[in-house]
Design a protein around this ligand. Structure first.
Ligand code: ATP
Ligand code: MG
Length: 242
């Protein structure tokens, strides 16, 4: 048990969850590495939702609001850290959930689907794997026809850069959550939320309930400019750190 008074309580709880996910066969071994990289960037942004992330969550909520076929793509790390919140967001937005794994295994998909069902999710896609993301080789191209393949807006937190790029080439609007503002995913997505997924998903839900002028927000949105704001924030913060 980690005492609540521990100064790094939240970070340690996340680690525990990821490790449990790996032991339970939900998180892939490489998910541990991905999480570690995320932690480093979370430190740099002060482990808080900063203005640039808040604004991006608003843009993400706006896209979800006007989407005709939104899909949320879930992997092992996302399920372990934010499974419950993702189910809630899907309910509120009418988005479908697809379990889609970079290192695909039917067994792992099944476990994640069951986990999301336990949180109240229904009709979760992923196991059928009856379509392919164009331009990708091997199993990482496999997706669901009723999910990602025919979606107009795809919300893919913690995605790989290559797949993000392939989704863009298919004409999708791609929303992502990535703590690394320099990653290929961050650069290729239409909306990049530079924040920890555990803070980002509840924030998108909040914005979804609040947003009244989604078209205007989307029109004004500039992802590169917002990513630059994230980098500027980190630079300024470090310049005056001690
Ligand atoms: P890319 O392929 O996009 O260039 P990468 O290869 O560096 O990125 P991946 O392993 O493909 O990274 O994806 C993991 C990404 O998810 C990392 O950029 C990491 O910062 C981010 N990440 C990990 N954990 C979290 C988290 N809890 N919240 C938000 N982002 C996270
Ligand atoms: Mg990658």
């Amino acid at each position: 048990m980690i005492p609540k008074s521990h100064p790094r309580y939240e970070s340690l709880i996340m680690r525990e969850r990821i490790v449990k996910g790996m032991k339970d066969g939900v998180v892939h071994l490489t998910g541990l590495i991905a999480h570690g990289r995320g932690e480093a960037f979370d430190y740099l942004i002060g482990e808080k939702t900063q203005d640039f992330a808040d604004y991006a969550s608003m843009a993400a909520a706006s896209h979800l609001k006007i989407a005709s076929k939104p899909v949320i793509s879930v992997n092992g790390n996302a399920a372990m850290l934010s499974g419950k919140d993702i189910v809630r967001l899907a309910e509120e937005t009418g988005a479908k959930i697809e379990v889609n794994l970079f290192h695909r295994s039917k067994e792992r998909i099944k476990k994640i689907v069951e986990m999301l069902e336990k949180f109240g999710g229904g009709n979760i896609l992923g196991l059928e794997g009856n379509a392919r993301i164009e331009g990708l080789q091997h199993d990482r191209a496999i997706c669901s026809y009723d999910g990602i393949y025919t979606a107009d807006v795809v919300f893919v937190p913690l995605e790989d850069g290559d797949r993000c790029e392939a989704l863009k080439k298919m004409g999708k609007i791609v929303i992502t959550v990535d703590l690394n503002p320099l990653s290929r995913t961050a650069r290729n997505a239409d909306v990049t939320i530079v924040d920890n997924i555990i803070r980002a998903i509840p924030n998108i839900l909040k914005k979804y309930k609040e947003v009244r002028n989604p078209e205007k927000i989307i029109k004004e949105w500039d992802n590169k400019k917002n990513l630059q704001k994230a980098l500027n924030f980190i630079c300024e913060r470090l310049k005056n750190f001690y």
